[in-house]
Design a protein around this ligand. Structure first.
Ligand code: SF4
Length: 76
Protein backbone atom coordinates (compact mmCIF):
# COMPACT_ATOMS: atom_id res chain seq x y z
CA UNK A 1 0.00 0.00 0.00
CA UNK A 2 1.65 3.21 -1.05
CA UNK A 3 1.54 6.69 0.41
CA UNK A 4 -0.26 7.91 -2.68
CA UNK A 5 -3.47 6.31 -1.52
CA UNK A 6 -6.06 7.49 0.94
CA UNK A 7 -8.53 5.65 3.13
CA UNK A 8 -12.12 6.94 3.32
CA UNK A 9 -14.25 6.57 6.41
CA UNK A 10 -17.87 7.67 6.76
CA UNK A 11 -19.47 7.73 10.20
CA UNK A 12 -23.06 6.89 9.35
CA UNK A 13 -24.14 7.69 12.90
CA UNK A 14 -23.19 11.31 12.18
CA UNK A 15 -24.30 11.42 8.53
CA UNK A 16 -27.55 13.30 7.97
CA UNK A 17 -27.79 12.25 4.30
CA UNK A 18 -27.35 15.80 3.02
CA UNK A 19 -25.92 14.42 -0.22
CA UNK A 20 -23.11 16.98 -0.37
CA UNK A 21 -20.41 14.34 -0.68
CA UNK A 22 -22.25 12.53 -3.47
CA UNK A 23 -22.66 15.80 -5.36
CA UNK A 24 -18.99 16.73 -4.97
CA UNK A 25 -17.41 13.30 -5.44
CA UNK A 26 -19.97 11.03 -7.12
CA UNK A 27 -17.29 8.50 -8.02
CA UNK A 28 -16.44 8.01 -4.35
CA UNK A 29 -19.66 8.26 -2.33
CA UNK A 30 -23.17 6.95 -2.68
CA UNK A 31 -26.25 7.43 -0.53
CA UNK A 32 -28.05 4.41 0.80
CA UNK A 33 -30.86 4.11 3.30
CA UNK A 34 -28.57 4.46 6.30
CA UNK A 35 -26.43 7.29 4.90
CA UNK A 36 -23.41 7.82 2.72
CA UNK A 37 -21.02 5.00 1.87
CA UNK A 38 -17.60 5.21 0.26
CA UNK A 39 -17.68 3.25 -2.98
CA UNK A 40 -14.15 2.06 -2.16
CA UNK A 41 -12.36 2.20 1.19
CA UNK A 42 -8.94 2.93 -0.31
CA UNK A 43 -8.58 5.27 -3.27
CA UNK A 44 -5.87 7.01 -5.24
CA UNK A 45 -5.40 10.60 -4.11
CA UNK A 46 -8.22 12.76 -5.41
CA UNK A 47 -8.91 16.32 -4.28
CA UNK A 48 -12.62 15.66 -4.72
CA UNK A 49 -12.67 13.50 -1.58
CA UNK A 50 -10.92 16.28 0.37
CA UNK A 51 -13.53 18.73 -0.89
CA UNK A 52 -16.27 16.32 0.16
CA UNK A 53 -14.80 15.88 3.65
CA UNK A 54 -14.39 19.64 4.07
CA UNK A 55 -17.94 20.25 2.85
CA UNK A 56 -19.75 17.66 4.97
CA UNK A 57 -21.94 19.68 7.35
CA UNK A 58 -21.39 17.23 10.24
CA UNK A 59 -17.78 16.20 9.47
CA UNK A 60 -18.83 12.58 9.06
CA UNK A 61 -16.16 11.93 6.42
CA UNK A 62 -12.52 11.36 7.29
CA UNK A 63 -9.77 11.06 4.69
CA UNK A 64 -6.66 9.31 6.02
CA UNK A 65 -3.31 8.38 4.56
CA UNK A 66 -3.67 4.70 3.73
CA UNK A 67 -0.03 4.11 4.63
CA UNK A 68 0.34 6.09 7.86
CA UNK A 69 -3.22 6.67 9.00
CA UNK A 70 -2.51 10.41 9.28
CA UNK A 71 -5.55 12.63 8.89
CA UNK A 72 -5.68 14.34 5.49
CA UNK A 73 -9.12 15.95 5.79
CA UNK A 74 -11.10 17.57 7.21
CA UNK A 75 -8.70 20.15 8.58
CA UNK A 76 -9.00 20.93 12.29
S1 SF4 B 1 -21.87 15.21 3.13
FE1 SF4 B 1 -21.75 14.28 5.16
S2 SF4 B 1 -23.84 14.37 5.98
FE2 SF4 B 1 -23.95 14.71 3.77
S3 SF4 B 1 -24.34 12.67 2.89
FE3 SF4 B 1 -22.13 13.00 2.87
S4 SF4 B 1 -21.38 12.09 4.78
FE4 SF4 B 1 -23.59 12.38 4.99
Amino acid sequence: MSDTQWRLEVDRHLCISSGMCVGIAPDHFELEGDGSHATADVVDQDEAVVDAAESCPVEAIRVLSAASGDLVAPAD
